[in-house]
Design a protein around this ligand. Structure first.
Ligand SMILES: Cc1cc2nc3c(=O)[nH]c(=O)nc-3n(C[C@H](O)[C@H](O)[C@H](O)COP(=O)(O)OP(=O)(O)OC[C@H]3O[C@@H](n4cnc5c(N)ncnc54)[C@H](O)[C@@H]3O)c2cc1C
Length: 476
């Protein structure tokens, strides 16, 4: 019997799981996919928002500002890259300039510090590639960038190192029992028993709540499509550039990623399912809008496009509470943007306020919040690299030539919590396959390493779990 079961291996479920391991509790995470970070936490902008956007008094505003302040230490402890690059909301009309003043006032009420309105000259000085039609901007130096899936892998890995269990390929299809004695089951016969359930299933939150008997909210999907530019364009912009929000929405952003790419997007289109396919129409919209924001966007350096689906809810705010109809069910639902930013603060609140009201929490004195870096090789000095290669020759063999990822790092990803068992899982942890050729050269080698390290036939290696096989069998 678990004390707490967390359903959903995104950043929210992962951060809560890690927070739970600070206490002497038996806990686990259930995820329907083959790996964690496969939902919204895989495909998003990776912006650590400053907090001027959310309505005053909302949970979004509260957790955004708290999470932003926590993120630097949080990422450091987990050895995940974070950069406070600052953000700019750019005005293109007199009406936009009025909105910037409103945003500044709202941000200050939310507790965002150091907000400043810039005139066009100061803006061009900060961002020379911005469109000459820009009139000014709201500057938020506390805005930042982080890699969302690396952060998710890191929180889950650290929770596992501190004793949490992880069940992947476990799609919750029924929930029975009551507070103190729930049974959570999958269609293929997996069962776990728990006293408390924390529902962090993203776009699946409504289904999990309904299975437990809570019908108090609905969740819809809003797809966002992106274009990613090569790291050769690293200095195209330094800050995260947003359009001034209007009645038509927030528009797209142009931003560096923490790994040195440039990200353009996302669009916003309501969808009935969580499919993450890109479309010609969506990518065209991204190109058109990015060209309004900046001069000469280097679209020729596009290396990939992708999409993610936001889980938005009918209450238009985060739902972070114990269900009113099902005792012992804690819902973390409708966690759309700024959910990534808010995750550290949400996790702390859920455990310290909601879980603690149901179970006595006693500190786990052996908790260690530090996680060793996983993709560290490129940051070593030449002497350190040589020393490591002497000790472990697998670090002397480059597998991904675009991103310069070694066999040693890939083996490490397969053997470290949460273990990578397919090609995309290796990619999320090491960046092997994320460069210019998008895995064209290294994918077969990565597959061979996975097969060898897991002791499985090469034909059984998948791209992203469940049936996504690469090979049909031997021809010669
Ligand atoms: C396009 C886009 C852009 C965004 N940009 C930003 C940004 O820049 N900054 C920011 O702060 N936030 C951003 N967000 C929001 C942020 O990504 C989310 O708030 C955050 O990732 C939510 O995490 P989560 O853990 O709640 O959900 P998810 O990451 O979706 O995780 C839910 C998990 O539950 C699993 N699951 C679902 N149903 C079941 C079931 N029946 N059984 C078992 N498992 C199940 C899913 O497979 C999934 O892995 C963006 C979101 C999107 C989509």
């Amino acid at each position: 019997m678990y004390d707490v079961v967390v359903v959903g291996g995104g950043i929210i479920g992962g951060a809560i799981l890690r927070e739970l391991t600070r206490y002497r509790l038996k806990v686990c995470l259930i995820e329907k996919q083959s790996d964690v970070a496969m939902g919204q936490s895989r495909a998003n902008s990776g912006i650590v928002h400053a907090g001027f956007d959310a309505p005053v008094g909302s949970l979004k505003a509260k957790f955004n500002v708290l999470g932003n302040a926590m993120m630097e230490n949080y990422a450091k402890e987990l050895s995940v890259k974070f950069k406070r690059n600052g953000s700019l909301v750019v005005a293109f009309s007199a009406e936009d300039m009025v909105t910037l003043s409103e945003l500044k006032a709202r941000g200050e009420e939310n507790g965002v510090t150091d907000l400043k309105i810039l005139d066009a000259d100061s803006l061009f000085e900060l961002e020379p590639n911005i469109s000459k039609n820009a009139l000014g901007a709201l500057y938020a130096p506390t805005g930042g960038i982080v890699c969302p899936y690396k952060l998710t892998v890191a929180v889950v890995g650290n929770a596992m190192d501190n004793g949490a269990d992880l069940y992947t390929n476990f799609e919750v299809s029924s929930i029975s029992g009551k507070f103190g004695d729930f049974t959570i089951s999958s269609q293929d016969g997996q069962n776990v028993k728990t006293k408390i359930i924390i529902n962090c299933a993203g776009i699946g939150c409504q289904k999990i709540a309904n299975l437990a008997g809570d019908y108090s909210f609905t969740i819809g999907g809003r797809k966002g499509e992106y274009i990613l530019l090569d790291r050769e364009c690293e200095n195209f912009v330094k800050q995260t550039l947003f359009f001034t929000p209007s009645k038509k929405g927030k528009g797209i952003l142009v931003s560096p990623t923490v790994d040195g790419n440039i990200i353009l997007g996302p669009t916003a289109k309501e969808v009935d399912d969580a499919n993450v396919l890109t479309s010609e129409e969506g990518l065209k919209e991204v190109q058109e809008k990015a060209s309004k924001m900046c001069e000469n966007v280097p679209f020729g350096q596009t290396i990939t496009s992708f999409a993610g689906t936001r889980a938005f809810c009918d209450r238009h705010d985060f739902i972070i509470e114990e269900s009113k109809s099902v005792s012992g069910l804690i819902n973390c639902a409708g966690i759309e943007s700024p959910g990534l930013t808010s995750a550290p603060a949400i996790a702390k609140f859920v455990v310290e306020k909601l879980v603690s009201s149901r179970i006595d929490l006693r500190f786990n004195t052996s908790f260690n919040g530090h996680r060793e870096p996983t993709d560290f090789f490129n940051s070593l000095s030449i002497e350190q690299k040589n020393q490591l290669i002497k000790e472990k020759p697998e670090y002397g063999k480059i597998v991904c030539r675009c991103e310069k990822i070694t066999e040693g790092e890939i083996i490490h990803a397969i053997k470290t919590n949460p273990p990578a068992t397919d090609i995309d899982a290796v990619k999320r942890r090491t960046r092997a396959g994320m460069g210019r050729c998008q895995g064209g050269f290294c994918q077969p080698q990565v597959a061979e390493i996975i097969a060898r390290e897991l002791g499985i036939p090469l034909e059984k290696v998948t791209k992203f779990g469940k049936g996504s096989y690469l090979l049909r069998g031997k021809t010669k």
